[in-house]
Design a protein around this ligand. Sequence first.
Ligand SMILES: Cc1ncc(COP(=O)(O)O)c(C=O)c1O
Length: 446
Amino acid sequence: MAGYDPLHATSMPNNLDAFFMPFTANRQFKKAPRMLVGAQDMHYVAADGRKVLDGTAGLWCVNAGHGREPIVKAVQDQVARLDYAPNFQMGHPLPFELAARLTTMMPGDIDHVFFSNSGSEAVDTALKMAIAYHRARGEGHRTRLIGRERGYHGVGFGGISVGGISGNRKQFGALLPGVDHLPHTYDRDRQAFTRGQPEWGAHLADELERLCALHDPSTIAAVIVEPVAGSTGVLVPPRGYLKRLREICTKHGILLIFDEVITGFGRLGKGFATEYFDVIPDMITCAKGITNGTIPMGATFLRKGIYDTFMNGPENMIELFHGYTYSGHPVACAAALATLDVYAEEDLFARSAALHGYWEDAAHSLKDHPHVIDVRNLGLIAAVELAPLAGKPTARAYDAFVKCFERGLLIRYTADIIALSPPLIAGKAHIDEIFGTLGDVLKEAA
Ligand SMILES: Cc1ncc(COP(=O)(O)O)c(C=O)c1O
């Protein structure tokens, strides 16, 4: 493994206490840490030198696999050439070049992009832009935001307000005012063990009409949904659901935002889910796969009409009072440009799409394993939902997660749902190993 020094890898830090770990049971982890110290292609290297198959593309972000030479090189070169340059009233070439490239991946008239550093920031940018856009066109009364139950839109106050995962909301007070939620689209009785998109549930989009009737559409700025809900445990949209949401938003002048932080950059075998589902929103947020996870970056795409609306005032005035010190950071842009090259040169989205059928069959082969109450999948994503252990929710999935790691496989879990989303360079043997290892662990734990 290039640059990997197993001796160095085994030297563990003396103090695990100071780092307040994100979304982690800190005390439990620090008693029995699971450390990763290297990575190449489909594998991590654990601190004890073991190879660990990456069944989750890191956190749904390393779509081209780890340690890819052209990306590593681009980052190294860029940090040496121009480490940082401001994009407030100054510029450097890379974000312009990147924006022009990225917008060619977008459908319809989505032809502008705003850069940030994470999915959470991309979401907050989209929500702020939606409200500011309506205000700029004289509809300042459109301030209400609609999210969806079980939605995950990051951890900013905007994102958790429109998000619908109660655990992510309850610690943080009243959140943003003027937010409402659509119902989530999952019903196990009607959808369990569906391959791909469920037939049942498109009508749930009509709940937006109910919210329009309740609040009056003239108060609603935007609706935000994940085309496939990821972090809550993989909820695949029912057939026709997204198209129906689009129709209702158009009818009432409400902006539709697709949060493609997970689905962007090939996860469904297309550049973005908008293409996969053939539904064009008004804004798209992304992050993660934009740089193959190497350097933090988020992006918010918007339609021409939204951008043009902001360009109406005096030319010497800032059009949008929003931005981050690192919006369009040179090193992130270099990483993103190199990542796009890798995706294109290896035709990675189409290549992974050729394995979707194999992936689906492998996932559903776990159907009759102990405690499995649902398997669902789309693109190179799958979830295996387990019946919770009585009185100990999440214990069963956590146990499977630890046992898989011990056997050299990284999986992810949310509640009692195991989520899988390997790098798009995965081959059939990797897929066999992922579901084979998980299957063995489930059988042995029973
Ligand atoms: C759909 C979606 N939106 C937003 C985010 C937040 O991204 P970040 O963790 O980069 O802030 C995530 C992260 O998983 C996500 O899945």
